[in-house]
Design a protein around this ligand. Structure first.
Ligand SMILES: Cc1cc2nc3c(=O)[nH]c(=O)nc-3n(C[C@H](O)[C@H](O)[C@H](O)COP(=O)(O)OP(=O)(O)OC[C@H]3O[C@@H](n4cnc5c(N)ncnc54)[C@H](O)[C@@H]3O)c2cc1C
Length: 387
C-alpha cells in the first residue's frame, strides 16, 4: 500500500482530491480525447480552455518545481496523476512538447527573462510550442543540420528548412537548432538553440498530412527570419547540450505514454475472450496479449526509475533511451495483439493508435540509434566505427 507523505498529504489523499476534482471538471466533449485522434483549430481552443482550468487548480505541469508554478510532485504522485487522468478520460495539457521537452531545457539553460516570459505561458497553454530539429538531410545524424543563423546587429538571421515538426501548424513558438559556426572543428560544436516566435516574418509552415488524416505535422521554411539575440537558449555554439537535454526529456516522456498504454492494454484484456478457433490458436492469442501485459508492467518500473532519477536532479540519460526503445517495441507488439480482436481493430481509437504506433520506432530517435546509444553507454560495448 502506498503511504508516502508529500506536503503533509498522503498519496491516497492526493489521489482522492485529484479524482474528485476530475469528476467535477473534465468537460464531457473532451473525455477520452488524445492528441493522436487529430486536431482542429476548434479542438485546440477547447484544449486550451481545459489547460487553463488545470493550471488554475494547480493540476498542470505537476512535475515542475513550485517556483515555476508546478507542485514539485514526487515520483509516485506523478504516477498517480497519470493513472487518474487516464481513468477520468482527461486529456493532458494542450502543450506536451513545450511542457515536457522544452521547458526543462529553458529551466536548465534559459536566462531569467526567458523563464519569466515563457514558462508560465507554457504551463497555461497560452503558447503552443514545437521543436524544429530534423531536416531533410539531418535526422539521425542531427549534427549535420544545415539551417544557418548569422548575426546581424542584435539579431540572428535564420535561413533553411526543417521537416517532421510535430504541432508546427499550430505552434506559437519553436525551439530551433541552427548552425552558427560553419567552421567549427566538429559539426556539433557549431550549433545553437534559438527560441523563435512562429509569427515572425519569413516563416512558412507547410502542413504534412499523416496516415490518420491529421495535419499536426509540418515542414518549416525560414527565409531571412530575424530572431533577437536575447532568444538564444544556452551559449552560442553550445546548442548541442541544449538539444540533448530536450531529447532526453522527450525520450523520458514516453513514461507518460507507457502509463496510458496500460489503459489500452486493460481495454484489450477486457475485449479479449481468450479463445481461438483451435486450442493452438487460442494459445497463440493468449501469448500475444500476455506478452504485452508483461512488457507494459516492466516499463512501468523503468518509468518509476526514470522519474525518480530526474526528481533527484540527476540526468536520466541512457535510461530514457531504454524506455523509448522498449515502448516503441511494445507499440508494435500491441498492434499485432489488437489485430487478433478482428474487424473492430480497424476502427476508431484502435485504428488511430495502430497507425500512430508505426511511427514510434522513428520519432524521438530511431530504434537503431537507441540501440547504438545503449550498446555504447549502457552495455559499454566498443564504440561504433564511423566512416
Ligand atoms: C511521429 C514523428 C514525430 C516527429 N516529430 C518531430 C519533431 O517534433 N521535431 C523534429 O525535429 N523531428 C521530429 N521527427 C523526426 C524524427 O526525429 C526523425 O524522423 C528521426 O530522427 C529519424 O530521422 P530521419 O527521418 O531523417 O531518418 P534517417 O536518419 O535518414 O534514418 C533512416 C534509417 O536509417 C537508419 N539509420 C540512420 N543512421 C543510422 C546509424 N548511424 N546506425 C544505424 N542505423 C541508422 C535509421 O534508424 C532509419 O531506419 C518526428 C518523426 C516522427 C515519425
Amino acid at each position: 500500500m502506498l503511504t508516502e507523505q508529500a506536503g503533509g498529504e498522503t498519496l491516497e489523499q492526493f489521489r482522492a482530491s485529484l479524482r474528485t476534482w476530475l469528476e467535477a471538471h473534465v468537460p464531457d466533449k473532451l473525455r477520452g480525447f488524445s492528441l493522436r485522434h487529430g486536431l482542429t483549430r476548434a479542438r485546440i481552443e477547447e484544449l486550451r480552455a481545459w489547460n487553463r482550468t488545470l493550471a488554475d487548480a494547480g493540476w498542470a505541469a505537476i512535475a515542475w518545481p513550485e517556483e515555476y508554478g508546478g507542485r514539485g510532485a514526487s515520483v509516485l504522485e506523478q504516477l498517480v496523476y497519470a493513472e487518474e487522468m487516464h481513468r477520468a478520460g482527461a486529456p493532458g495539457p494542450v502543450n506536451p512538447i513545450g511542457l515536457s521537452n522544452i521547458a526543462p531545457a529553458i529551466m536548465q539553460f534559459g536566462t531569467e527573462d526567458q523563464k519569466a516570459r515563457h514558462l508560465e505561458r507554457m504551463r497555461r497553454g497560452a503558447d503552443l510550442w514545437c521543436q524544429a530539429f530534423s531536416e531533410p538531410e539531418a535526422g539521425s545524424d542531427l549534427a549535420s543540420l544545415r539551417t544557418s543563423a548569422h548575426r546581424v546587429a542584435d539579431a540572428f538571421v535564420v535561413n533553411g528548412q526543417k521537416v517532421w515538426t510535430t504541432l508546427g501548424p499550430h505552434a506559437d513558438w519553436c525551439e530551433v537548432l541552427v548552425r552558427t559556426d560553419p567552421g567549427a572543428d566538429r559539426p556539433h560544436r557549431g550549433i545553437s538553440a534559438l527560441l523563435v516566435d512562429m509569427h515572425s516574418p519569413g516563416i512558412e509552415v507547410r502542413p504534412l498530412r499523416t496516415l490518420t488524416g491529421g495535419d499536426e505535422f509540418s515542414e518549416i521554411f525560414f527565409s531571412d527570419v530575424a530572431v533577437p539575440t536575447e532568444n538564444l537558449l544556452g551559449p552560442e555554439n553550445g546548442g548541442w547540450r541544449v538539444a540533448m537535454t530536450t531529447l532526453t526529456y522527450e525520450r523520458a516522456g514516453v513514461v507518460t505514454l507507457t502509463l496510458r498504454m496500460r489503459g489500452r492494454i486493460d481495454t484489450l484484456l477486457a475485449a479479449f475472450d481468450g479463445t481461438g478457433t483451435t486450442p493452438a490458436q487460442a494459445a497463440v492469442r493468449r501469448d500475444a496479449v500476455v506478452l504485452c501485459l508483461t512488457e507494459q508492467r516492466c516499463l512501468d518500473w523503468l518509468g518509476r526509475r526514470i522519474i525518480a532519477t530526474a526528481a533527484a536532479g540527476a540526468d536520466p540519460g541512457v535510461l530514457a533511451s531504454l524506455a523509448k526503445l522498449r515502448w516503441s517495441l511494445l507499440e508494435h507488439r500491441l498492434e499485432r495483439a489488437v489485430a487478433l480482436l478482428g474487424p473492430v481493430a480497424l476502427e476508431g481509437a484502435w485504428a488511430d493508435d495502430a497507425l500512430h504506433g508505426r511511427s514510434a520506432s522513428i520519432a524521438g530517435g530511431t530504434t537503431e540509434i537507441q540501440k547504438t546509444l545503449l550498446a555504447d553507454r549502457y552495455l559499454g560495448l566498443p564504440r561504433e566505427i564511423k566512416a
